[in-house]
Design a protein around this ligand. Structure first.
Ligand code: FES
Length: 122
Protein backbone atom coordinates (compact mmCIF):
# COMPACT_ATOMS: atom_id res chain seq x y z
CA UNK A 1 0.00 0.00 0.00
CA UNK A 2 1.34 3.40 -0.95
CA UNK A 3 0.73 6.68 0.74
CA UNK A 4 0.02 9.48 -1.69
CA UNK A 5 0.24 12.97 -0.20
CA UNK A 6 -1.40 15.81 -2.09
CA UNK A 7 -0.19 19.36 -1.60
CA UNK A 8 -1.48 22.56 -3.17
CA UNK A 9 -1.99 26.21 -2.28
CA UNK A 10 -5.67 25.49 -3.05
CA UNK A 11 -5.90 23.13 -0.11
CA UNK A 12 -6.18 24.12 3.51
CA UNK A 13 -3.50 21.55 4.40
CA UNK A 14 -1.75 18.58 2.81
CA UNK A 15 -3.80 15.42 2.54
CA UNK A 16 -2.37 11.89 2.66
CA UNK A 17 -4.40 9.00 1.24
CA UNK A 18 -3.75 5.30 0.68
CA UNK A 19 -3.41 3.83 -2.77
CA UNK A 20 -4.16 0.11 -2.72
CA UNK A 21 -1.42 -2.12 -4.14
CA UNK A 22 -2.47 -3.76 -7.38
CA UNK A 23 -5.07 -1.10 -7.98
CA UNK A 24 -4.88 0.54 -11.37
CA UNK A 25 -6.34 3.85 -10.35
CA UNK A 26 -4.68 6.95 -11.72
CA UNK A 27 -3.57 9.74 -9.43
CA UNK A 28 -6.38 11.83 -10.92
CA UNK A 29 -8.99 9.18 -10.01
CA UNK A 30 -7.54 8.89 -6.53
CA UNK A 31 -7.64 12.67 -6.15
CA UNK A 32 -11.26 12.83 -7.28
CA UNK A 33 -12.24 10.08 -4.88
CA UNK A 34 -10.85 12.19 -2.04
CA UNK A 35 -12.15 15.53 -3.35
CA UNK A 36 -8.70 16.86 -4.15
CA UNK A 37 -9.07 19.56 -6.80
CA UNK A 38 -6.48 18.68 -9.45
CA UNK A 39 -7.65 20.44 -12.63
CA UNK A 40 -8.46 18.22 -15.62
CA UNK A 41 -10.24 18.29 -18.96
CA UNK A 42 -9.62 15.39 -21.33
CA UNK A 43 -8.64 12.61 -18.88
CA UNK A 44 -6.75 11.15 -21.78
CA UNK A 45 -3.23 12.58 -21.71
CA UNK A 46 -3.83 15.26 -24.34
CA UNK A 47 -4.64 18.59 -22.69
CA UNK A 48 -2.01 18.79 -19.90
CA UNK A 49 -4.50 20.39 -17.50
CA UNK A 50 -3.67 17.77 -14.91
CA UNK A 51 0.07 18.48 -14.82
CA UNK A 52 1.56 17.57 -11.41
CA UNK A 53 4.97 17.59 -9.82
CA UNK A 54 5.91 14.33 -8.16
CA UNK A 55 8.47 13.67 -5.47
CA UNK A 56 9.27 10.26 -4.07
CA UNK A 57 9.64 9.79 -0.34
CA UNK A 58 12.42 7.24 -0.95
CA UNK A 59 14.21 8.66 -4.00
CA UNK A 60 16.97 6.04 -3.92
CA UNK A 61 14.52 3.16 -4.37
CA UNK A 62 14.11 1.96 -7.99
CA UNK A 63 10.70 2.53 -9.55
CA UNK A 64 9.02 0.90 -12.46
CA UNK A 65 8.19 3.99 -14.48
CA UNK A 66 5.38 3.64 -16.99
CA UNK A 67 5.19 6.59 -19.35
CA UNK A 68 2.65 6.24 -22.11
CA UNK A 69 3.53 7.60 -25.56
CA UNK A 70 0.74 10.14 -25.12
CA UNK A 71 2.11 11.33 -21.79
CA UNK A 72 5.62 11.61 -23.21
CA UNK A 73 4.40 13.63 -26.20
CA UNK A 74 2.27 16.01 -24.12
CA UNK A 75 4.97 16.60 -21.49
CA UNK A 76 7.63 17.13 -24.19
CA UNK A 77 5.42 19.70 -25.95
CA UNK A 78 5.04 21.56 -22.65
CA UNK A 79 8.78 21.57 -22.11
CA UNK A 80 8.32 19.48 -18.94
CA UNK A 81 10.10 16.33 -20.11
CA UNK A 82 13.46 16.03 -21.84
CA UNK A 83 14.87 13.20 -23.93
CA UNK A 84 17.34 12.60 -21.09
CA UNK A 85 14.51 12.23 -18.57
CA UNK A 86 12.74 9.74 -20.84
CA UNK A 87 15.92 7.70 -21.08
CA UNK A 88 16.46 7.94 -17.31
CA UNK A 89 12.92 6.71 -16.70
CA UNK A 90 12.97 3.89 -19.23
CA UNK A 91 16.54 2.67 -18.81
CA UNK A 92 17.52 3.62 -15.25
CA UNK A 93 14.14 3.59 -13.44
CA UNK A 94 14.58 7.22 -12.43
CA UNK A 95 11.25 9.02 -12.36
CA UNK A 96 10.74 12.36 -14.10
CA UNK A 97 9.75 15.39 -12.06
CA UNK A 98 6.51 16.13 -13.90
CA UNK A 99 3.68 13.78 -14.77
CA UNK A 100 0.09 13.90 -15.93
CA UNK A 101 -2.29 12.91 -13.12
CA UNK A 102 -4.64 11.21 -15.59
CA UNK A 103 -1.86 8.92 -16.83
CA UNK A 104 0.13 8.25 -13.67
CA UNK A 105 -0.97 5.11 -11.84
CA UNK A 106 -0.11 4.96 -8.16
CA UNK A 107 1.99 1.86 -7.46
CA UNK A 108 3.62 0.91 -4.20
CA UNK A 109 5.91 3.90 -3.67
CA UNK A 110 5.04 6.72 -1.30
CA UNK A 111 4.83 9.96 -3.26
CA UNK A 112 4.02 13.60 -2.76
CA UNK A 113 1.97 15.21 -5.50
CA UNK A 114 2.12 18.98 -5.82
CA UNK A 115 -0.14 21.08 -8.03
CA UNK A 116 -0.94 24.78 -8.24
CA UNK A 117 -4.57 24.47 -9.28
CA UNK A 118 -3.93 26.36 -12.51
CA UNK A 119 -4.59 23.98 -15.43
CA UNK A 120 -1.22 22.90 -16.83
CA UNK A 121 0.56 24.94 -14.18
CA UNK A 122 1.93 21.94 -12.22
FE1 FES B 1 -5.99 16.16 -20.00
FE2 FES B 1 -4.80 14.80 -18.00
S1 FES B 1 -6.78 15.67 -18.07
S2 FES B 1 -3.94 15.44 -19.90
Amino acid sequence: MAIVTFSSPLMHKDKAVYAIAGDTKTILALAEEHRIPIPFECRDGNCASCLIEVSYDEPERKKAIMLTEKEKTTLKELGKLTAQEIEDAEVRDMPPRYRLACQFIARDEDVTITFTGTPGGA
